[in-house]
Design a protein around this ligand. Structure first.
Ligand code: SAM
Length: 281
């Protein structure tokens, strides 16, 4: 295995700073720097980009991003125990790594980044989907980011890329593919991590669309999709009853059949439904 930089191996870093993984922070570390470099490469050409990394931990992926040439990396880490290890990386790449000790859910990152911006993270499982949904549902489009390259539990990754008709198709697939092109670019067994999680993981790459595949208000679309899949076995006319008055008329106006079930409806269909729900009658 060739070294990607001159810094110490991650096992030494973890031992030196006593970084025992905390379950409450979703800490499953990647210690193979060849693997983290592959994830960094899956994000595309980083050389002229700023990169946002949520949850750098001891910095394996951070080192991959910098070695692959990222112009500037903003690394947001909640666990202060990781800061000395990250500062050591910052010294090895002068002026290219900014480390912020904060909760990524509470930090406004946009002000600290210059476009084009790519987000690359091995996300903490407990906040991963919430961050993804936030990044996908700003009121205005295009968003601050060009692409998202994110590690999830494999089952969550499959839900993000799912097509209509299957069990995995639902809110995540619709919100993701409405505004981005999403694909799984890598799958990793539990043993790739220290400590190993219970399940396999996968890296999803989402490249933003310059405009969504059909117009819709993100809040209304989220609401309609959540209601439809909350009772996914029911027909639309029943599952959407509480969403708007005259719901059967609106379903017809969207060009859909009120007896359809949520998983039969395409993303364009849900957008039409969101527009029909938003219309005042
Ligand atoms: N990127 C590292 C790697 O690949 O080895 C660590 C990944 S580990 C799955 C998730 C990291 O996210 C941990 O370092 C954890 O402390 C951090 N984290 C958890 N919740 C966070 C939050 N709300 N904001 C920022 N970082 C968080």
């Amino acid at each position: 295995m060739s070294a990607i930089d001159q810094l110490p191996p991650l096992r030494e870093v973890i031992a030196a700073h006593d970084l025992r993984a905390k379950k409450s922070l979703g800490q499953n570390f990647l210690l193979d720097l060849n693997l983290t470099a592959r994830i960094a490469r899956a994000a595309g050409d980083l050389r002229n980009c700023d990169v946002l990394e949520v949850g750098p931990g001891p910095g394996g992926l951070t080192r991959g991003l910098l070695a692959e040439g990222a112009r500037h990396v903003l690394a947001v880490e909640k666990d202060a125990r990781c800061l000395p290890a990250l500062e050591q990386i910052a010294s090895a790449y002068p002026g290219r790594l900014e480390v912020v000790n904060a909760d990524a859910l509470a930090l406004d990152v946009k002000a600290r980044l210059t476009p084009p911006i790519r987000v690359v993270s091995n996300l903490p499982y407990n906040v991963g989907t919430e961050l993804l949904v936030r990044w996908l549902t700003p009121p205005a489009w295009p968003p601050f980011w060009q692409s998202l390259t994110l590690m999830f539990q494999k089952e969550v990754a499959q839900r993000i890329v799912a097509r209509p008709g299957g069990k995995a198709y639902g809110r995540l697939a619709i919100l993701a593919q409405w505004r981005a092109d999403a694909s799984i670019v890598m799958t990793l067994p539990p043993e790739a991590f220290t400590p190993p999680p219970k399940v396999s993981s996968a890296v999803v790459h989402l490249e933003r669309r310059e405009s969504p595949i059909a117009p819709a208000d993100p809040d209304v679309l989220s609401r309609v999709v959540a209601a439809a899949f909350n009772q996914r076995r029911k027909m639309l006319r029943a599952s959407l009853r509480g969403v708007a008055p005259d719901i059967e008329d609106r379903i017809h106006r969207a060009g859909l059949d009120p007896t359809m079930r949520a998983e039969q409806v395409s993303i364009e269909g849900f957008c039409a439904l969101a527009r029909a729900v938003a219309q005042s009658v």
